[in-house]
Write a protein that binds this ligand. Structure first.
Ligand SMILES: Cc1cc2nc3c(=O)[nH]c(=O)nc-3n(C[C@H](O)[C@H](O)[C@H](O)COP(=O)(O)OP(=O)(O)OC[C@H]3O[C@@H](n4cnc5c(N)ncnc54)[C@H](O)[C@@H]3O)c2cc1C
Length: 295
């Protein structure tokens, strides 16, 4: 449990952080909340140089951003926003309530106080709560590198595999943009955990948009059923464009999901049980989301 020695840097600006990352290229590792990195270090994974980004204030902001014509188009969540800050943020609660709900259910209070959105998405655990919800919400990930070169990727393109993203060693995930819709929203997030506050075995995150006549958008993201969080696109298309979503539609989608996706193998749960629960939780999330729109 004793950590190996490491160099520690605590830059006050992005420029300073990139200088350190460039100088220690390949050896430097960013730390944000430390909720995933410190456990890895305690397990003996060597991190010779740690760059603590917590003092870079510009990474903490959560704000509305507009499309240039003055209309609010998205909520920009800084990489260092903790789960607690996201849950309590007024712009998030008003415009992206699914994100607030997801953040409020992560782990224990200590984890929610320290863990950050940037850390969770960069760590890219296939069953992480925010990875699934970022996918469901069509989040755009903003990445900055040396020379302040910035690129923006969809969450779908950002996640590459278990604990693997498109980030390069000398880049920092700086913020995440969540598009804002002016339509009626239905949403829910449901997950199977072994105990209260435990990491999800799997997670289902659902977002629906309704224009008053039909469901214009239906997003179902699943975590824990593959190498990264995934969108169940073939199920979404069964609901998109419909004027109403019935109990039979929901049962059909739940059936399709259990046919297509393999829930993770776990020592504690039988495969049949986990598969059945995937169907039950998908149905529950969809029913709750539909009811918010039509109920
Ligand atoms: C007891 C416990 C329970 C947990 N339960 C859950 C749970 O139920 N659901 C869940 O989703 N998670 C859970 N977690 C994980 C938690 O969400 C972590 O906080 C998260 O995975 C990492 O966020 P962090 O800010 O702590 O990142 P860190 O641990 O600091 O970093 C994680 C990784 O991301 C990189 N990184 C961090 N920030 C950036 C950035 N801005 N740019 C580029 N790279 C970056 C680091 O280099 C590192 O590789 C749990 C953790 C613990 C310890």
């Amino acid at each position: 449990m004793i950590l190996e020695p490491f160099q520690y840097f605590s830059p006050l600006s992005l420029d300073e952080a990139f200088e350190i990352l460039t100088e220690h290229h390949g050896e430097a590792k960013i730390i944000a909340g430390g909720q995933s990195l410190i456990p890895l270090m305690k397990m003996g994974v060597e991190m010779p140089c740690i760059v603590d980004i917590k003092k870079i204030h510009e990474l903490k902001t959560i704000e509305l951003s507009n499309d240039g014509s003055g209309k609010v188009s998205s909520v920009r969540v800084g990489a260092l926003a903790t789960y607690n800050e996201i849950e309590r943020s007024v712009p998030v609660r008003r415009n992206i309530p699914l994100l607030a709900k997801t953040a409020s259910g992560i782990g224990h209070p200590l984890v929610r106080n320290r863990g950050t959105i940037g850390g969770s998405l960069s760590h890219c655990d296939p069953a992480a709560d925010l990875c699934a919800t970022a996918l469901a919400l069509d989040a755009q990930i903003c990445i900055t590198g040396p020379g302040m070169k910035t690129r923006v990727l969809s969450a779908r393109d950002f996640f590459k595999g278990p604990l693997e993203t498109d980030l390069h060693n000398d880049e920092i995930l700086t913020s995440v943009f969540f598009p804002v819709s002016n339509m009626k929203m239905g949403y829910d997030v449901q997950k199977l955990t072994l105990g209260h506050g435990d990491f999800p075995v799997f997670i289902v995150s659902v977002s629906l948009h309704y224009d008053g006549v039909k469901f214009t958008n239906a997003a179902i993201a699943l975590g824990g059923v593959g190498e990264t969080a995934v969108r169940a696109s073939e199920c979404e298309s069964l609901m998109r464009g419909k004027e109403s979503i019935t109990g039979e539609d929901i049962r059909e989608v739940s059936r399709l999901i259990t046919d297509r996706y393999d829930p993770p193998v776990s020592a504690e749960l039988s495969p049949d049980y986990t598969r059945e629960m995937l169907s039950v939780y998908t149905g529950k999330a969809l029913r709750n989301a539909v009811q918010m729109v039509t109920g």
